[in-house]
Design a protein around this ligand. Structure first.
Ligand code: 5GP
Ligand code: ZN
Length: 111
């Protein structure tokens, strides 16, 4: 999607600090971290959010969780939180499916 911030990051039009990349996903550090470690993991395919996950495209979500498990181990993060916001009332500001990895200290309670 041409007007999608995360598609622009995928295209290299907006720079990002990459944590991991393969043919299906990109992980990069959040520009406004809400925890000592704050990484976003996104599919390379533009999906608008969790509500756009279907039987046809859900394999990438399983892959994202494999990447999250591997990446956090590599970074020495035993404890972490994974969050996805769907829709503006839930706090979604970028309409491209993404999973927040929040870690690096004692996290506050869930909203
Ligand atoms: P949401 O609010 O949609 O769940 O999460 C979007 C996240 O994307 C926010 O935490 C925000 O800081 C991050 N973000 C927005 N624009 C950029 C950007 O251009 N670069 C990076 N690295 N993160 C961004
Ligand atoms: Zn996109």
């Amino acid at each position: 999607m041409s007007d999608c911030v995360f598609c622009k990051i995928l295209a290299g039009e907006i720079p990002s600090k990459k944590a991991y990349e393969d043919d299906q996903v990109l992980a990069f550090y959040d520009i406004e971290p809400k925890a000592p470690v704050h990484i976003l993991v996104i599919p390379k395919q533009h999906l608008s959010g969790a509500a756009a996950v279907t039987a046809e495209n859900s394999a990438v979500v399983a892959h994202i969780f494999e990447v999250i498990a591997r990446l956090t181990k590599e970074l020495g993060l035993a404890d972490y939180r994974v969050v996805t916001n769907n829709g503006p009332d839930a706090g979604q500001t970028v309409p491209h499916l993404h999973f927040h990895i929040l870690a690096g200290g004692k996290l506050g309670g869930m909203a």
